[in-house]
Design a protein around this ligand. Structure first.
Ligand code: PMV
Length: 333
């Protein structure tokens, strides 16, 4: 009962920031992201390979909180499949080492797909997205490629809070250059960060505007209006970081270099290099651009002080199953 899956990470243009249900990982607002080619995780799950769940990531055995989160997701799969077997999970990251981008989005998307396949569950992409969401919110989006929306949903059981593809990478060839300013692990992760930010009065502004920003962004995608989408992405990231900075105690993810980089984009655009920034719960800056300007954007980012390296990614595809149990009767694709 073994299967392997590969998933790419994604970076949100309209951010998910705040949960309305911690256990089910239900978001307070919908979000929109770009899946990135070549930055991700490849994960093998084998049920019955050991008595208790075991987890290895990038060649190192993991225990504690990391293993608990993985086991909790495996429990959901075991429950649906009526299984009681422990699993061996081996995952490797396809994100370059030392990039500071150990994204849970790709990790939990690959885990959900591999675990479901290993257990013989035939889940639709939507059901897979709901499952991946239980591991990490942003993982719901990594099931799909290109531009992806994750619906907030309104049901209390979370069945309508799933992701969906809006646009394939071929239909709108976008890309991202990610400027690494700090490759270390962040002190306050996104879950703890959003929980703290939700209690800040500034969060009211976030809540009042996040869904309408998402609607606008959807319209911009439908119209292939790159400038509009880019400006909405910059606004969403800035607002998200404002809620964090206004929290008690304040949570400042930005470094001086982050602010300096972010301030460069408007003048680059005036010079014809059309890129828009976004910043996740950390100091690194991602630049959204059209695929044909990726090299130019990367060149400009590399020339800025404090930039350690720049990762260049085109829009990538959704989760792929690389190996399925033979009993499933399907050739590996
Ligand atoms: O689901 P998590 O824990 O990866 O949270 C993601 C939070 C942000 O990256 C800041 C925003 C987002 O939508 O990805």
């Amino acid at each position: 009962m073994r299967a392997t899956a590969r998933a790419n990470t994604n970076i949100a243009l309209i951010k998910y920031w705040g949960k309305r249900d911690e256990r089910l990982r239900l978001p307070r607002n919908g979000s929109l992201s770009l899946t990135l080619e070549g930055l991700g995780a490849e994960t093998t799950v084998e049920f019955g390979a050991c008595e208790r769940d075991r987890l290895e990531i990038d060649g190192r055995e993991r225990t504690g909180r990391e293993l608990e989160r993985v086991s909790a997701l495996l429990d959901l799969v075991r429950e649906q499949a009526g299984l009681r077997l422990g699993a061996r999970v081996i995952s490797t990251s396809t994100v370059p080492l030392g990039a500071g981008l150990a994204s849970s989005a790709a990790g939990f998307a690959a885990l959900a797909a591999a675990a479901a396949a290993a257990a013989g569950l035939e889940l639709s992409p939507r059901e897979l997205s709901v499952l991946a969401r239980r591991g990490s919110g942003s993982a719901a989006r990594s099931i799909f490629g290109g531009l992806v929306i994750w619906h907030r949903g309104s049901r209390t059981d979370g069945s309508d809070s799933y992701a969906e593809q809006l646009c394939t990478p071929q239909a709108w060839p976008l890309a991202m250059a990610i400027a690494i300013i700090d490759a270390g692990e962040k002190a306050v992760g996104s879950s703890a960060g959003m929980e703290r930010a939700c209690r800040a009065p500034a969060y009211l502004h976030w809540e009042a505007t996040a869904e309408s920003d998402l609607l606008e962004a959807r319209r911009a995608v439908a119209a292939r209006d790159f400038g509009r989408l880019g400006l909405l992405a910059e606004a969403s990231a800035t607002k998200m970081h404002m809620t964090a900075a206004a929290a008690d105690p304040p949570l400042v993810y930005w470094r001086a270099e982050t602010a300096r980089l972010v301030s460069r984009f408007a003048s680059w655009r005036a010079e014809g290099c059309e890129a828009y920034f976004t910043v996740d719960a950390g100091p690194n800056v991602a630049a959204l651009c059209r695929a044909e300007q990726l090299e130019e954007v990367a060149r400009r980012l590399r020339a800025e002080p404090g930039v350690l390296r720049v990762l260049c990614c085109r829009a990538g595809g959704g989760v792929e199953i690389l190996e399925r149990p033979a009993a499933a009767g399907r050739p590996a694709s």
